[in-house]
Design a protein around this ligand. Structure first.
Ligand code: AMP
Length: 400
């Protein structure tokens, strides 16, 4: 087998997702997930050729130990020699990175420095990079930044209405996230329209546990709903999204919350979970609403969909044409109810759902969900791993 496969790593603080991908076809040869890292329950699941294998991870139960199990498995399956390079998902690239980047000591130092903007994610990404460097010392390591696609936003979209010095001296501005996903689905939608991406304008809605909307003009991101951190914008599974900042002062000054309490409340206890008081899982909330007529579940869904529809309508102000809306992410790809509720709020923009097609586009199916005569809306299953593999491969080919 050719050594053209890219090992894609996505490191969380206690998890490691990996896939071995053919960058040209997007096919996955092997994939898996290590979970509960840094605890004695650490384990790794590897999928290869329709078989699944689960193994415990030995002490010290960390990312490096997980990667060692993966390397051993690749050796046993005779796949180690077909790995050309490692592509890493890195959450925050700040203003420094708008392109795939070959990792060296300077890049690692910068990722570490940017951890002040993504304290939960960048340190974990760096841990994955260092573990992969020691497991594959001879391979190139490439960083693909989640913020990179949104670096084309104009100043008017990324500057907050606060003193400019906070931007100049501390980098407080809007960056946006889920860039790899927005880019992938926009590219796929352009293919459906048989037009170059550079001639297409879309609004894409990545709706999963985290949610973001992006306005894409002539193939480039010109605005997005997530900001300096992944808390801004539309409501999410456990995150509040936009709210009156005065509420924070009220919670602290009148209700005795500490800063840490507020952080916990807005990041972990709000959104679908906070309103429904049931779950952050959209499926559970939909079931409670449809089967048990749970009113709070219904309200959570209403607020969620209304805010997304409002964001989509607002982003038309960033565009001069709108070729369609794209739904992606766990909720966007699977919930016909959420999509129907959002589209029904957008009739002024000439969107009308096709009910049967909307129900059909679930569980990995991609396609059009609007009627003939309507402006198009599609469901497109995202594939961030493929973008990471493709961009890693391209970067190395340019360098050869
Ligand atoms: P992600 O973060 O992209 O993995 O998406 C996770 C979200 O997708 C969770 O809120 C799930 O409840 C939601 N989801 C997955 N499958 C479905 C489904 N069939 N119907 C509604 N929501 C779903």
């Amino acid at each position: 087998m050719q050594n053209k496969f890219i090992l894609v790593l996505n490191c969380g603080s206690s998890s490691l997702k990996f896939s071995l991908i053919d960058p040209e076809l997007g096919t996955t040869l092997l994939s898996g997930l290590a979970q509960r890292l840094l605890s004695e329950q650490a384990s790794i699941k590897i999928h290869y050729n329709a078989s699944h294998e689960q193994q415990e991870i030995a002490a010290p139960y960390d990312h490096q130990a997980a990667i060692l199990v993966l390397v051993k498995q690749l050796q046993q399956l005779n796949l180690i020699s077909c790995v050309k390079a490692v592509g890493h998902r890195v959450v925050h690239g700040g203003e420094s990175y708008c392109q795939p980047t070959l990792i060296n000591a300077d890049v690692k130092a910068k990722i570490k420095q940017l951890a002040r903007l993504a304290p939960l994610h960048n340190p974990a990404n760096l841990t994955g990079i260092e573990a992969a460097e020691s497991a594959f010392p001879e391979l190139a390591q490439v960083a693909i930044f989640d913020t990179a696609f949104h670096q084309t936003m104009p100043e008017k979209a990324y500057i907050y209405g606060i003193p400019y010095a906070l931007y100049k001296h501390h980098g407080i501005r809007r960056y946006g996230f889920h860039g790899t996903s927005h880019y992938f689905v926009a590219q796929q939608a352009a293919e459906r329209l048989e037009k170059p991406l550079a001639q297409c304008s879309f609004i894409s809605a990545h709706l999963g546990n985290g949610c973001s909307i992006a306005a894409i003009k002539n193939g480039k991101s010109v605005d997005t709903s997530l900001g300096m951190t992944p808390l801004e914008g539309v409501m999410m599974g456990t995150r509040s999204g936009d709210l009156d900042p005065g509420i924070i002062f009220y919670l602290i000054n009148q209700l005795g919350y500490s800063v840490a309490d507020v952080e916990q409340l807005l990041n972990k206890e709000s959104g679908l979970l906070g309103i429904s008081e049931l779950s952050n899982d959209c499926r559970i909330i939909e079931d409670a609403y449809i089967e048990a007529h749970n009113q709070q579940a219904g309200l959570a869904l209403d607020v969620f969909c209304y805010r997304i529809a409002k964001a989509i309508a607002a982003f038309t102000a960033s565009l001069t044409q709108l070729d369609g809306i794209i739904f992606t992410g766990g909720i966007g790809e699977n919930s016909n109810l959420i999509r129907e509720k959002i589209i029904s709020q957008l009739s002024l923009l000439n969107f009308e759902i096709a009910p049967d097609a909307n129900v059909a586009m679930r569980f990995g199916q991609s396609g059009l969900i609007t009627r003939e005569g309507s402006r198009p809306a599609w469901v497109i299953a995202t594939n961030e791993e493929w973008v990471i593999a493709e961009q890693t491969f391209q970067l190395l080919n340019e360098k050869d």
